[in-house]
Write a protein that binds this ligand. Structure first.
Ligand SMILES: *[C@@H]1O[C@H](CO)[C@@H](O)[C@H](O)[C@H]1NC(C)=O
Ligand SMILES: *[C@@H]1O[C@H](CO)[C@@H](O)[C@H](O)[C@H]1NC(C)=O
Ligand SMILES: *[C@@H]1O[C@H](CO)[C@@H](O)[C@H](O)[C@H]1NC(C)=O
Ligand SMILES: *[C@@H]1O[C@H](CO)[C@@H](O)[C@H](O)[C@H]1NC(C)=O
Ligand SMILES: *[C@@H]1O[C@H](CO)[C@@H](O)[C@H](O)[C@H]1NC(C)=O
Length: 371
């Protein structure tokens, strides 16, 4: 275990819930402090680091979340139980290495494809001042079971409360393969494409394991010809566009609503990706061991606080009352550690003594303004 180490110039960002305007000292805060300090130690050096954990992000919003999980996007209890265990990953079923992943149907991802980095773009749309606390549910249209979407119909009928994004994942391929398997749940996918060594392969999205297979919340991207194994030290890029309804839930990237003292409702979009809900927020290799760095950019309604794991790199207004926020690269980490919060929040700043004695760590706390 890494020892908590104070580092000059680092800032911890703490999201506080229900009346818990934490001071740095005091026995009640010791556990949380230790946890934060420990996590901070895992972050790279920087003049100003922001830290959100999916746990703390939840404290902001769970008190007011009002609706059940989006059933369509829900993670089956069986899959959840199985995945939170510590089962070992099997080697990919082989025979024909290049075809083996096309019918993949196993609880763990094949080891053939190793992610190194994610470039993520998410355009998150919601009404920051909903008329009331009524939960948002997706319209009754069922997602296409065949995953057949194109750029033209990816967002068709999604409505105004939605997440539309794209991801480009740097991956190393251990052997030639016609298919890549990764996690995605409750979202539409389109525009699959792989690029390597100056060549490009368009891909088609299919349900992992084919019709009737167990639902491990994975998809298979099938290419017309085999992708070559990547050379040692180099990566290919797997790109996908995705879209889903932003609904009130308990995991993934979801909306919740709080009411201020004057009775006005405010919506907050935030993440809870542990343990297996990163796949509900963006397509990814959603296993703790498959660590990667993340560069992400969020487009959100203007006038809200936008927080991520790291400090902001850029923030600029876009037409139509939108705000673009780009964040510094994260450390290498599991996908479930990605954390975002978008909403009307107030902040208070303090510093935190950590052991061994060193420069106090700046601590920024965010909460709903009435707290
Ligand atoms: C984000 O989504 C909004 C609402 O659909 C749209 O008006 C806007 O053009 C999108 N912005 C970007 C940069 O994709
Ligand atoms: C989206 O467009 C593609 C390409 O035109 C088509 O094959 C597919 O059926 C459409 N999907 C839906 C859900 O409308
Ligand atoms: C996502 O799309 C935007 C505009 O459509 C583009 O500028 C950006 O490079 C894309 N990002 C990724 C990660 O593919
Ligand atoms: C991530 O973003 C940083 C800062 O913009 C950039 O320097 C870096 O090259 C990006 N990483 C990758 C792998 O593209
Ligand atoms: C606290 O610090 C954060 C990050 O440095 C800053 O964005 C915020 O405005 C500060 N809040 C206050 C109340 O000073």
């Amino acid at each position: 275990m890494a020892k908590p180490v104070a580092r000059p110039g680092a800032t911890l960002l703490l999201l506080v819930g229900i009346g818990a305007l934490a001071k740095c000292g005091g026995p009640a805060q010791d556990d949380r402090r230790r946890q934060l300090a420990w996590t901070a130690a895992a972050l790279p050096r920087g003049p100003h680091e922001l830290l959100t954990s999916s746990h703390t992000a939840t404290t902001v919003t769970t008190a007011t979340a009002t609706s059940p999980i989006d059933a369509a996007a829900g993670v089956s209890a069986t899959a959840r139980r199985a995945l939170s265990g510590s089962a070992r990953r099997p080697p990919p079923a082989s025979a024909q290495p290049s075809e083996a992943l096309c019918t993949y149907n196993s609880l763990w991802l094949p080891k053939l494809v190793v992610p190194a980095h994610y470039d993520l773009f998410l355009n998150v749309s919601f009404n920051p001042n909903p008329p009331d606390e009524e939960p948002l549910s997706p319209p009754p249209t069922k997602p296409s079971p065949k995953f057949v979407y194109s750029a033209a119909n990816l967002t068709k009928g999604l409505g105004p409360e939605a997440v539309v994004g794209n991801v480009s994942i740097h991956v190393a391929l251990g052997a030639p393969t016609r298919c890549i398997v990764l996690h995605a749940a409750g979202m539409r996918l389109a525009g699959a494409r792989y690029e390597y060594g100056g060549a490009a392969w368009p891909g088609a999205v299919e349900k992992a394991g084919g019709p009737g297979a167990k639902d491990y919340l994975m998809v298979v991207i099938r290419f017309r010809s085999a992708l070559p194994a990547t050379a040692v030290g180099s990566v290919g890029r797997l790109s996908l566009s995705f879209a889903y309804h932003l609904v009130d839930g308990v995991d993934g990237l979801y909306r919740s609503v709080y009411t201020d003292k004057s009775g006005r409702a405010h919506a907050v979009a935030s993440t809870q990706l542990e343990s297996i809900a990163a796949r509900k927020a963006f397509p990814c290799f959603d296993e703790p061991a498959l660590k990667a760095t993340f560069n992400y950019t969020l487009v959100t309604p203007a006038g809200l606080t936008v927080l991520g794991n790291t400090d902001k790199l850029a923030s600029r207004p876009l037409p139509g009352s939108r705000l673009l926020t780009a964040f510094r690269p994260t450390p290498k980490m599991s996908p479930y550690l990605v954390a975002w919060v978008v909403g009307r929040l107030a902040s208070a700043n303090t510093t935190c003594e950590v052991s061994p004695p060193g420069a106090p760590l700046p601590l920024a706390m965010y909460a709903t303004p009435d707290q």
